[in-house]
Write a protein that binds this ligand. Structure first.
Ligand code: ADP
Ligand code: MG
Length: 247
């Protein structure tokens, strides 16, 4: 089953055409790595999926519901429901600085879903344990390392029980010695069959963890395939040139 189906997506900022006729599908349990040069439209594509950017044309279907169909958006109520199925993890964490770690996890389920306190508390405890941060529940983000902040951001995204997690360069803002702990968490989620789409520059990670890699260049997906196909037998010169530079 396709969790996300994108067809003929177009997005411009003024005169600048950033997404040109982008189409792809994410199936349940896929772990898709998105690679490509800086400025190629990767963030814009992810942000469009969760309605942080509005597209100028094309369709985004999440499970059975259209977020946007042929350039026409659903009602705001529908949009809320649909974007609620997706969790997003950003390069710069985007934690709430005035809330403790636990409060960062619990705020959306409380405010958006109005779930019972004890249910929320049990889940935040579980997820903090999962990302190895049980002992940081009551501290503020400023007291955490970048790697710890990003693990909190992942736990926070998981609090809403999303059908898919989207990551926009989750380790790019981290010191090199801290990337491993974050990639390890994503790897663990992959082994638990979490459906994920990860924009990343970590080629080793993409090769090891992704079920499929999609290469984006200049606002379009040039090619996609298994890690083996892309790394050893890329069909397009643009892909080969990028991989040569990146490896
Ligand atoms: P990537 O994530 O692959 O580096 P982006 O999606 O961030 O690429 O950006 C693609 C292009 O769109 C770039 O040329 C960038 O400068 C431009 N861009 C991104 N966001 C905006 C914006 N809000 N306004 C104008 N231009 C933007
Ligand atoms: Mg980006």
């Amino acid at each position: 089953m396709a969790i996300i189906q994108v067809s003929n997506l177009k997005k411009s900022f003024g005169e600048l055409e950033v997404l040109k006729d982008v189409s792809f599908e994410i199936q349940k349990n896929d772990v898709v790595a998105v690679i490509g040069p800086s400025g190629s439209g990767k963030s814009t594509m992810l942000r469009s999926l969760v309605y942080l950017e509005q597209v100028n044309g094309g369709s985004i279907r999440v499970a059975d519901d259209f977020l946007v169909k042929d350039g026409v958006y659903s009602s705001s109520q529908q949009i809320k429901r649909i974007t609620g199925k997706m969790g997003m993890v950003f390069q710069h964490f985007n934690l709430f600085p005035h809330l403790t770690v636990r409060e960062n996890l619990e705020i959306a389920p409380q405010v958006v879903k109005g779930e019972p306190e004890n249910v929320i508390r049990a889940r935040s405890g579980e997820l903090l344990e999962k990302v190895g941060l049980s002992d940081k529940a009551n501290v503020y983000p400023a007291k955490l390392s970048g790697g710890q902040k990003q693990r909190v951001a992942i736990a926070r995204a998981l609090m809403m029980n999303p059908d898919i997690l989207l990551f926009d360069e989750p380790t790019s803002a981290l010191d090199p010695e801290l990337t491993g702990e974050v990639l390890q968490v994503i790897k663990q989620l992959a082994s638990e069959h979490m459906t994920m789409m990860v924009v990343t520059h970590e080629m080793g990670f993409a090769r090891e963890v992704a079920s499929r890699i999609m290469f984006m260049d200049n606002g379009e997906f040039v090619e996609s395939g298994t890690p083996e196909e892309l790394f050893t037998n890329a069909q397009h010169e643009r892909t080969r040139a990028f991989l040569q530079r990146a490896l």
